[in-house]
Design a protein around this ligand. Structure first.
Ligand code: UT7
Length: 322
């Protein structure tokens, strides 16, 4: 029987209070009608000063551990996907480790922008199957509100803050049993200039703001994500009809609908949280997963397809039996 990474618990953390499109329109030249029509976003959450990437990541991790019934002392490693770490180093993952009272194993961050959760899942799954760890906490945590350019209405209305986490454990299951079936990750650095942050910790007097050519990213997202979902199904000799749920990266309702349509899925099989959370980058998939598991839509045995695309460009897909 194969050794697999089984998803044992999911948790989430949303900071502050929701900020509606109308509230945002009081300080940015925009409207609820424009944001809703172009993106499907209705509100987002922005972190308060004390709600750092590590703070939110630790809160989501505690919720995931509690749901899994696993003690922090059993965690062999923490992988945290983020584009908005608290510091260049140490990694935000080690701050989470300290906050959780975990004193063993490894902790590191993954930087793959909005694809960070799929990249992290790919690494965690490979480590578990190689026997390097038995229990891994995988977290996506983001505070994009701190890198948004509030003078650029084309980007500042699109993003929000939050964190999501999952616990993965090593288990031997039969081929129809639970676990990560496969992950597929890609990057094309030639497209690094269509979605990036124009500064960094290492650049004096330039903390950096998010810059995006929305139309170009949109064009690549639809094409590359379509390829990524075909790839993950083909590699598992599965058909569109086998999928119970699509849990996509939550950037834009129009992109989500296009991929759902390509998979022949009904709207009721696609988990959508972009309306509530906006784009929370690496946190968006675990946040969406947590919502759908908590409200009972996603159940044990269901086959879940995840996909994401982000700055890099980076993109990828994963298939998980719950
Ligand atoms: O998570 C990482 C991946 N990111 C994505 O997947 C995002 C992909 N891109 C998108 O989702 C879309 O391209 C956007 C939502 C960002 C933009 O939608 P669009 O349909 O491509 O609009 P646009 O950028 O072409 O702008 C259309 C118009 C422009 O006005 P003119 O030049 O046509 O008069 C903009 O100035 O909308 C205007 N506009 C706004 N108006 C009101 C841009 N932003 C706003 C705004 N409020 N916030």
């Amino acid at each position: 029987m194969p050794l697999r990474s089984v998803l044992r618990g999911v948790g989430k953390y949303l900071p502050g209070e929701p900020v509606s499109n109308d509230e945002l329109a009081q300080r940015v030249d925009t409207s609820d009608a424009w944001i809703t029509e172009r993106t499907g976003i209705k509100q987002r959450y922005f972190a308060q000063p004390h709600e750092s990437c590590a703070f939110m990541g630790a809160a989501a991790a505690r919720a995931a551990l509690s749901r899994a019934g696993i003690d922090a002392a059993q965690v062999d490693g923490i992988i945290l996907a983020t584009a908005t770490p608290d510091q260049a180093f140490p990694a935000t993952a080690v701050h989470v480790q300290a906050a959780l009272g975990v004193h063993q194993g490894f902790a590191f961050d993954v930087a793959a922008a909005c694809s960070g959760f799929i990249y992290g899942l790919s690494i965690a799954d490979a480590m578990i199957r190689a026997g390097q760890a038995k229990t891994i906490l995988l977290i996506g945590s983001e505070v994009y509100s701190r890198i948004l350019n509030w003078q650029d209405r084309g980007t500042c209305v699109l993003f929000g803050d939050g964190a999501g986490a999952i616990v993965l454990t090593a288990e031997t299951t039969d081929s129809g049993g639970p676990g990560v079936l496969s992950t597929h990750i890609h990057a094309d650095g030639r497209l690094g200039d269509i979605l990036y942050v124009d500064g960094a910790v290492g650049q004096p007097d330039k903390p950096g703001h998010l810059v995006m050519n929305g139309r170009e990213v949109f064009r690549h997202a639809v094409a590359k994500l379509a390829g990524a979902v075909d790839e993950v199904l083909a590699s598992n000799q599965l058909n569109y009809k086998d999928i119970d749920w699509l849990v996509p990266h939550q950037a834009n309702r129009r992109i989500i609908d296009a991929i759902g349509k390509r998979l022949g899925l009904g709207a009721e099989q696609v988990v959508v949280t972009v309306d509530q959370h906006a784009n929370t980058s690496a946190a968006s998939i675990p946040l969406a997963l947590a919502e759908a598991v908590e409200d009972g839509r996603i159940k044990p045995g269901h086959l879940v397809l995840m996909e994401a695309l982000g700055g890099g460009l980076t993109w990828g897909s994963a298939l998980v039996r719950m």
